[in-house]
Design a protein around this ligand. Structure first.
Ligand SMILES: Nc1ncnc2c1ncn2[C@@H]1O[C@H](COP(=O)(O)OP(=O)(O)OP(=O)(O)O)[C@@H](O)[C@H]1O
Ligand SMILES: [Mg+2]
Length: 612
């Protein structure tokens, strides 16, 4: 028998105070055991973080215990024979309960319509009721097990597929707290049970090569592992128009708004127009001929532009830089003849366009492979930019110092991009793609996720309106690398552009079926807009003050009992809060089988060193 009402094993006390959603319950002195046997199952007794059921008319209000303390009972204290009783003997136990939902017609609903009354009874939840509160899937259908409810042995936490995967997810926690395992756990189940049905694309951005092993996530994933060092490794598919996106390239090349951007725009447009011609190779040959003809009467310009010309022609496939330099060096400015160009060995002077073939004969410009140049987009774009630069400096339409830095940055970005991306119409081959950035340099690590996010968002935006069953899921582990708000090394323009792209996905993506999952050790570094727009949060152990503040600002409905647990959560344990749960729940996430775990295991150094 338990409590003062006989026969009810789960009765633990009664309500003494109701102030809004904060309720005070006096716990019966008989209800102080750590656990109770209920129909053969173990139920945890009253304690902080536990749940209570407070019947109210036909409904049951459900609340979570947030505080547990004892108070002196005044009625008893004043009753003593001499009025000087030891206060200890009259202490009574109270718990503070915050109510958040109710059972109505056997179903659990988040939110409350009625509040309990003073003197309402308070009951522990039976294991079945506990599962219904913590696993909304019981009520909504399809779902999967994430782990076990902390403190309640054997109570599963099951989350519904829809509410979880059709949402933006944030997974936060210090290093080694179990984020990657949680991320992997969620998506392994999702991909396993989905088994290729539907038209969803999953793209994982993997900074450290943790998800590339065969059994991780799923077997039929495609792994892209480009390298900026060697240019080897599978390249990331991008849409055919990728190299012609003026906004993006102006940003990447850090083009200034007034002078450099218009120049870059003209170059990119020109390259696009050339590619649409029936014979781009022949057109390029004609352009080169024209460039050389225009040195008639501008001899000194040729002298100044030697380096630029070497760089320009060395972009054409098959050109040998040594012979190219020798060919250019064989031509000089002849001061005696009006500064005209003059071929040293033959003595031929450049007076009119008709002299070009002979003066520039060593350059072999007519027989260069312009068709191959036209088929290599990054090389063609650099060629056009350098060509127009030489032309414009020579005709004094631009100042060399204004455009030269842009040309340098633009060509460096194009060269890096040619090692990383492959324009193609079909996009990602498999439904599940992992992009490993292990061999990508620091600068490109920030750019690749942005490019992938932009292209995936564009792709999903186009098909999302018509294909109602389609979705795109972008998963970024170590997301502080790309979503940080306060990076010192980059320009403000670039940072704003980067954040705006991701903020747009977070704010507008849901309508088109584009969902973002981010995993980070530093929630305080992440843009507050992104942090606050997540639908579901998995919060692992966090100890830093700033991070805790950022989380408490973003996840306002987390209760004080759970919030105070964040710094002391054990490995693999997290607080799940958001649209997929009825109330923030503390879950010990199931650990995956060894071969399915991400490559991020803790090292057993004592064993490796043979000590201890
Ligand atoms: N649910 C879990 N149960 C038990 N152990 C776990 C669990 N999750 C993770 N671990 C252990 O913690 C270690 C680190 O986990 P994980 O790589 O997921 O952490 P992390 O938060 O992603 O770290 P980092 O921020 O450095 O990437 C793993 O090697 C694993 O052994
Ligand atoms: Mg990790």
């Amino acid at each position: 028998m338990r409590g003062e009402v006989s026969g009810d094993l789960l009765l633990i006390g009664e309500v003494t105070d109701v102030r809004g959603t904060k309720v005070k319950v006096k716990v019966y002195s008989q209800a102080n055991e750590a656990s109770v046997f209920y129909h053969g199952e173990l139920v945890r007794g009253v304690s902080v973080g536990g749940y209570l059921r407070l019947p109210c008319g036909y409904d049951d209000v459900i609340g979570v215990v947030e505080g547990d303390y004892q108070q002196e009972s005044r009625a008893v204290a004043s009753k003593g024979a001499d009025g000087r009783e030891a206060p200890g003997s009259y202490l009574e136990r109270y718990v503070d309960v915050s109510v958040f939902g109710s059972f109505s017609s056997g179903r659990f609903n988040r939110g409350i319509e009625v509040l309990p009354l003073v003197r309402s009874k308070a009951y522990l939840l039976s294991p079945k009721q506990l599962a219904a509160v913590n696993s909304p899937v019981e009520a909504t259908g399809a779902g999967f097990r994430v782990g076990e409810l902390v403190g309640h042995d054997g109570v599963d936490v099951r989350l519904p597929f829809n509410a979880l995967f059709a949402s933006h997810i944030g997974i936060f926690g210090n290093t080694g707290s179990g984020k990657s395992n949680t991320l992997c756990r969620l998506f392994t189940d999702c991909l396993g049970q989905r088994a290729g049905c539907g038209s969803s694309k999953f793209v994982f951005i993997d900074f450290n090569g943790e998800y590339t092993a065969k059994a991780v996530l799923c077997h039929d994933k495609e792994v892209y592992g480009p390298s900026t060092r060697t240019g080897a490794g599978a390249k990331i598919p991008v849409p055919p128009g990728f190299f012609f996106d003026v906004d993006m390239w102006a940003m990447l090349a850090k083009a200034t708004e007034k002078t450099q951007r218009p120049f870059l725009k003209r170059c990119i447009r020109k390259a696009g127009a050339i590619l649409e011609m029936s014979d781009p190779g022949a057109y390029l040959r004609g352009m080169v001929r024209k460039l050389l003809e225009d040195y008639c009467g501008c001899g000194p310009a040729f002298d100044e532009q030697r380096e630029d010309l070497v760089r320009l022609f060395s972009l054409v496939p098959g050109v040998d830089v040594g012979s190219l330099e020798r060919a250019i060096d064989s031509i000089e400015v002849y001061q005696k003849y009006n500064n005209a160009l003059h071929k040293r060995d033959s003595g031929k002077l450049l007076y009119s366009p008709a002299d070009v073939p002979e003066v520039f004969s060593d350059l072999c410009y007519e027989s260069m492979d312009y068709s191959s140049l036209a088929s290599d987009r990054p090389a063609l774009l650099e060629f056009i930019a350098r060509y127009r630069f030489i032309e414009a400096v020579r005709s004094h339409t631009i100042t060399r110092e204004h455009i030269a830095p842009l040309i340098q940055r633009y060509s460096a970005e194009l060269r890096e991009a040619s090692k990383l991306y492959e324009p193609c119409i079909s996009g990602f081959k498999s439904d599940v793609s992992v992009i490993s950035l292990l061999n990508v340099n620091l600068e490109q690590k920030k750019i690749v996720p942005l490019v992938v996010a932009k292209t995936l968002y564009q792709f999903q935006k186009e098909r999302g309106q018509n294909e109602r069953g389609s979705s795109a899921h972008l998963v970024i582990d170590e997301a502080h690398n790309v979503l940080s708000y306060s990076s010192q090394r980059e320009s403000e323009n670039w940072r704003d552009y980067r954040l705006e792209t991701f903020e747009e996905i977070v704010k507008e993506g849901r309508k088109f079926g584009m969902y973002l999952t981010v995993c980070s050790q530093r929630p305080a570094d992440i843009s507050p807009t992104i942090l606050s727009q997540m639908h579901n949060y998995f919060i692992h152990r966090l100890v830093n003050d700033e991070d805790l503040r950022a989380i408490s600002k973003a996840v306002s409905f987390i209760d004080s009992a759970n919030a105070s647990m964040i710094p002391v959560l054990p490995q693999g344990c997290c607080i799940v809060s958001g649209t997929a749960t009825t109330y923030p729940v503390r879950v010990q996430v199931d650990v995956l089988e060894l071969e399915k775990q991400p490559m991020s295991f803790d090292r057993d150094l004592a064993k490796a060193w043979g000590v201890g």
